[in-house]
Write a new protein. Structure first.
Length: 166
């Protein structure tokens, strides 16, 4: 197996591992917190509490007054995941591929929730932020890695020109 192919296999396994971690954490959160109990992690700053989220990030559709359905959000998430997958395949930089693996793993984690439950399980609450989950963290970090990768590619010096020695 070529080195590049091995790296791609590892990225796929990484993304799938993120989906597994996301769902394991959501299962524990639902089992432990669905009865209304909240667990303080850092008093007054971070708590764990179960919140079924039938909207997109930051409850954007609710704030915009837009209606939505689990099917519509699932289709939207699938389109976004497929677009990220297409961009990941075309990415040349290793850092961009890692960023896309994070985005795809997070997107798939929430997509599976939407398809299976009709909503996404959120359970991490940081004061001043909406409640989120492990998949959301992966997407945000992935986007950050992609932005840094893009900035790096714009500021990198051009590759050296190798002459034929004449």
């Amino acid at each position: 197996m070529s080195r590049d192919r091995l790296r791609n296999v590892l990225l796929v396994l990484f993304a799938l591992g993120l989906v597994g971690c996301d769902h394991a954490s959501k299962s524990v959160a639902k089992a432990s917190l669905a009865n209304g109990n909240a667990v303080s992690v850092v008093k007054g700053a971070v708590e764990l509490r179960y919140v079924p989220n039938d909207d997109i990030a930051f409850n954007a559709f609710h704030h915009l007054g837009l209606g939505h359905s689990p099917v519509f959000l699932s289709i939207l998430a699938l389109i976004g995941t497929l677009a990220a997958l297409g961009l990941a395949v075309a990415a040349r930089q290793w850092s961009a591929r890692i960023g896309f693996a994070l985005v795809i793993g997070g997107a798939l984690g929430n997509l599976v929730d939407r398809v299976a439950r009709g909503y996404v399980v959120d359970f991490i609450h940081v004061r001043g932020w909406p409640v989120f989950n492990v998949a959301d963290i992966a997407v945000v970090i992935g986007v950050g890695v992609l932005m840094l990768s893009r900035m790096r590619s714009r500021t990198a010096p051009p590759p050296p020109v190798i002459s034929s020695g004449s």
